[in-house]
Each structure stands twice: as C-alpha cells, then as structure tokens.
Design a protein around this ligand. Structure first.
Ligand SMILES: O=C(O)CCC(=O)C(=O)O
Ligand SMILES: [Fe+2]
Length: 203
C-alpha cells in the first residue's frame, strides 16, 4: 500500500518558541552509505581543545571546519577554508531543504558512544538573529535532546543515518540541544551543521 504520509513535509516538533524539522532519507540509499566513508577518509579531522573557565579540555569528538569566511569557535580562530568538492552536493541538499544559502560548515565525528556534544545553543552573534542551521547525519543513529531554557520542557528525537534536521525560527534563543553520551554500542556517526555566518576578524 502506498504510504499516504511519504510525501508530506515533516512537522515542527517544538511546541513553542522555535522550529525543528527532521527530513528522512534525503539521499538515495547507496549514495548515503558511501558518504560516511568518503567524509571519514577525505576530511581533516581534528582533536580540538576547548578553553573553559581557565581549563583546557579535549572536545569529546573530532571536528572539521570549512567556510567561505573566517569563523571562531571554542576560542579557536579558523581562517576561511574553501569547501572541498565532496561537500558541494551536501551543501546544495541542505540549502534546498532549508530554503536559504550557507557559507560555513562544522562537521562532527562521534567515534563511539563516549563522544558527545553537551548542552548549548548555536546563538553566536556571527550567525545573526534567528539563524537557520541545517544538520545532516550519516552513520550510527544518536539521540538528540532539546530543552526549553525557561520552562525546562524537553523534546527528544533519534537522528537516523541519511537524515537532515533543520533548526530555525527563534529556536536558538529559547532551546538548547545536546547529543548525550550513551553506554549502548553505537556505530560511528558524522554530522554536518551548515550555517550562514558573517566574517569574523582575527584577534
Ligand atoms: O551532532 C549533532 O547532531 C549536533 C551537533 C551540534 O549541535 C553542533 O555542532 O552545534
Ligand atoms: Fe549545535
């Protein structure tokens, strides 16, 4: 039987103060399966150190960054670095779903269940007011938690292989998100978060 809901656009899963939608199976299956290996091999994965309250802490995942303009995160300045060819079709896919252009991408490699990203909002000034962030997932499925910073309300969703989460509206002002560590055995996962940022100047 034909799935009556297959062609429906996904619903906003936040009850208030923002917009988060999950698009499933965004690439043909064989292509999505190949992407993980290619990204894993082709990109320059780094172990970053964050500087938090006077301490140096190893970021609990590997990261890679590319952008048409310079960017600063975890206190590290990243000069502009052109998008590798392999990322071009993925950027296009993200732009088509989000309905806007992106000029930077931050990639995360979660090697196993010990890798994580802790509670945060992507609300940096360089992202502008109400940024739209398009977040692609490949590889092992991980749980994504959102919590409303005033009411404490929680919304959670599993981010499957070959999916795209689009966060927009006022979400980054009212909700934080995280990928918690898990004791369950999980396959490695690669996540790409496409953003539109204004250029940052070196300090
Ligand atoms: O891995 C994810 O799905 C989320 C990553 C994230 O929140 C970020 O890089 O800002
Ligand atoms: Fe984030």
């Amino acid at each position: 039987m034909r799935d009556l809901f297959a062609d429906q656009p996904p619903q906003n899963m936040l009850p208030r103060d923002g917009d988060t939608r999950l698009y499933r199976d965004v690439l043909p299956a064989e292509e999505a399966d190949r992407i993980f290996e290619r990204l894993h091999m082709a990109l320059n994965w780094q172990q970053e150190t964050a500087h938090i309250m006077g301490r140096d802490i190893a970021v609990p995942r590997l990261t890679s960054w590319y952008g048409e303009v310079a960017y600063r995160y975890s206190g590290v300045y990243h000069p502009a670095a052109p998008f590798p060819k392999i990322l071009m079709p993925l950027r296009k896919l993200a732009e088509e779903h989000a309905g806007q252009g992106f000029n930077t991408v931050l990639l995360n490699l979660y090697r196993d269940g010990r890798d994580s990203v802790s509670w945060h909002a992507d609300d940096e000034e360089v992202l502008g007011q109400n940024p739209v962030i398009a977040s692609l997932s490949f590889g092992g499925e991980r749980r994504f938690h959102m919590r409303h910073t005033q009411s404490g309300e929680r919304v959670s969703i599993d981010l499957p292989h070959n999916s795209l989460l689009v966060m927009g509206g006022t979400m980054q002002h009212h909700w934080q998100h995280q990928i918690p560590k898990t004791a369950r055995p999980v396959e490695p996962r690669i996540n790409l978060t496409f953003r539109k940022t204004v250029a940052e100047r070196p300090v």
